[in-house]
Design a protein around this ligand. Sequence first.
Ligand code: SF4
Length: 316
Amino acid sequence: MLEVKDLAVAFGSIAPLSGVTFSLAKGETLGIVGESGSGKSLTAMSIMGLLPMSDGRVTSGSIVFDGQELTTLNESDYCKLRGGRIGLITQNPMTSLDPLKKIGTQVDAVAILHLGMAKKKARANTVDILHTLRIPEPALICERYPHQMSGGMKQRIVIAMALAADPDLLIADEPTTALDVTVQAQIIRLLDDLVKQRGLALLLITHDMSVVAQTCDRVVVMYAGRAIEQGPVLDIFDNPQHPYTQALVGCIPRDLKDGEKLTSIPGTVPTVLNYPEGCKFHPRCTRAQNICTTVQPELDRNGDSAVACHFAGASI
Ligand code: SF4
């Protein structure tokens, strides 16, 4: 359904993203994880053709969606895909919903625009989707405004808008970050159910490893604008090969005793203006050797897994 190969993005002379490669099949959930600044959202925006600044552009690589190359697509064809065959769920529902329009009008508009539905049919479609998303009294909810709803309900409405044109691919960018923990769990369960019921492909961007463990089939780990490891979720959690992934997995709290401190990774992700030479993780890596400071390791594929490290597999 989606194949991203050696994707690189630049803003003028600054290159925040390079060497991003992964694929996603129908009915599969792929998680993209990493700390803030690792390039997760930029990857999603590149797929959606929504690079955030006027001089942002894909400089090399390809993004193929259902056989169609997206990096050369013109804006009017992209407009047909976005919100149509590719749905987007953003992290803050308040920035996705129009505060001046009723819920029903906003969800109806997606099916009217992308599927050419008449108003009455679009409203029936909206009520049906709200029902699927377990929103009580969907016909009544259609008459409400966003400010009359809780954060969790607003996020369900954003999901309804993403589903209204019956997409094949759903991109969810930190869909639960703005929500409290109980509602987070409900939304994650809901997304998981949607993938199973509708056979969607879901690209789930998150910094939360527990969300990945609950929902994803496969995982891509990103660091400083590069995909540094990927594989089936069980392999990534049980047998991570890259020192950064090993450290990330080591930070997951497990059976903490009273007074025991949470583990963290020393240092911070470098900003795009000070990416180091060689392996971008080397200033924080306990395994770094001389070669790591000068030579960028490439993704080395082995079956369904891949890792970019000169010393992959060594434990820290
Ligand atoms: Fe660490 Fe070197 Fe591997 Fe980078 S290439 S993760 S610095 S061991």
